[in-house]
Write a protein that binds this ligand. Structure first.
Ligand SMILES: *Cc1c(COP(=O)(O)O)cnc(C)c1O
Length: 389
């Protein structure tokens, strides 16, 4: 069990950490899961890749998540170790034969994704023709408001998807269709466009559909990427489901980011100030790579243990460098902080739960791994950065 603190400031006061510290909010993680499970009219699969830390998975499970979207043998094993009775779904369209075999034989996985006929044949061979499996055909969707496109590498075009669906049905497997609108999708319309395409695929294939999986992509809230509330996305999806009017279909979704983003913050320390440049102990090779890949700007606040910052109004825009020796280890946008911030002060990044520790490398010997829990939510006020100290 990680150590528990009331607030992030307590963490700083007590540990005075010179290393990065992840602060998990169990209540927020449980509530996010609970809200999602209550609102979505079907199965909610947590996309394990987003944050596979066992503590994170534990709180999501406590909040009601009972299914897991996995993409590798290791992720499937991780789910099974922690939740022996839970279902893992193998939602990667390209799998090694060994991975298919062990998923099916060792872990009893029943749901597999394809976007080509070769993958369908692979699965058929490696599962020894077991008729009790479900094959989901992944459809590529047009880009619509997402920060990351997840349809360039994977996904069949509508006509191919229809043909694949027919083959899946002809083999006697239960049929599914799935898509991913792209990660950090800030407009509900992305799901509508995808579902309209789904209908064409189903009509064209003319075979019964058993599962429809609307994927992940539900957004987190960042300083420069504000999105409508989750409810707005759910209303749009429910509206599309009414329009589809497929009574025999089980609906699924695979949220990652939306379940975990706001439930974690990261405390970093300033190790050197050079005028308007700050050198801190985590960076783009650690927890902050999405600042580059997704141009995400996290809400931040400064913390000081001895004394206070002089004047809350007096701020400066700082360039923030990470700890490695690489030139690229710098945040692409400046961060507004108290003008008198100095060596030894701390900077807390909020809403860092998604694709942070999951993507952190050991480059140059820096690896953020300490984790504590805190009760207080990260205060996220538009454009502001409350300081504590
Ligand atoms: C990454 C991924 C997800 C999760 O996406 P989020 O944008 O984090 O919700 C879900 N499904 C698949 C197939 C993925 O690759």
């Amino acid at each position: 069990m990680p150590r528990h603190f009331e607030t992030s400031l307590d963490v700083v006061r007590e540990l005075k950490p010179s290393y990065p510290v992840y602060c998990l909010r169990p209540d927020i993680l449980r509530e996010s899961a609970q809200r999602f499970v209550e609102m979505f009219p079907g199965r909610v699969l947590y996309a394990v890749k987003c944050n596979p830390h066992p503590e994170i998975m534990r709180y999501l499970h406590e909040g009601g998540v009972r299914h897991f979207d996995t993409a590798s043998t290791e992720e499937i094993a991780l789910v099974r170790r922690q939740f022996p009775g839970m279902d893992a779904y193998f939602m990667h369209p390209v799998k090694s034969r060994d991975a298919i075999r062990s998923a099916h034989r060792v872990f009893g996985v029943r749901h597999f994704v394809i976007d080509t006929e070769s993958e369908l044949e692979k699965i058929r061979t490696e599962t020894d023709g077991d008729p009790e499996i479900v094959i989901h055909v992944r459809l590529a969707t047009p880009p619509a408001g997402a920060t990351y496109n997840l349809s360039a590498k994977f996904g069949a075009r509508p006509m191919t998807a229809s043909e694949l669906l027919k083959k899946v049905d002809a083999y006697g497997y239960e049929t599914g269709l799935c898509f991913h609108v792209g990660s950090q999708c800030t407009t509900p319309n992305g799901y509508r466009i995808a579902i309209e395409l789904i209908r064409q695929v189903v009509d064209f294939a003319g075979v019964p559909l058993r599962y429809l999986d609307v994927g992940g992509g539900f957004p987190g809230q960042y300083i420069n990427q504000r999105a409508p509330d989750l409810e707005v996305f759910m209303e749009e999806i429910k509206d599309c489901i009414r329009w589809l009017d497929y009574p025999d279909v089980t609906y699924m979704c695979e949220p990652g980011r939306a379940l975990v983003a706001s439930g974690v913050s990261l405390i970093t320390q300033v190790h050197l100030r050079k005028e308007d440049q700050l050198f801190i102990n985590d960076g783009i090779y650690g927890s902050l790579s999405e600042a580059v890949t997704g141009n995400l700007r996290y809400p931040v606040r400064a913390m000081r243990v001895k004394g206070d910052f002089k004047n809350e109004e007096d701020t400066l825009d700082f360039t923030i460098y990470g700890p490695t020796c690489d030139n690229m280890d710098v945040l692409p946008a400046t961060v507004t902080l108290p003008a008198d911030i100095e060596e030894g002060d701390w900077i807390e990044f909020g809403h860092i739960g998604a694709y942070s520790n999951a993507l952190a490398t050991h480059f140059n010997g820096f690896y953020p791994e300490l984790l504590v829990t805190v009760s207080e939510a990260f205060p996220f006020i538009d454009g502001e950065f409350p300081q504590v100290g």
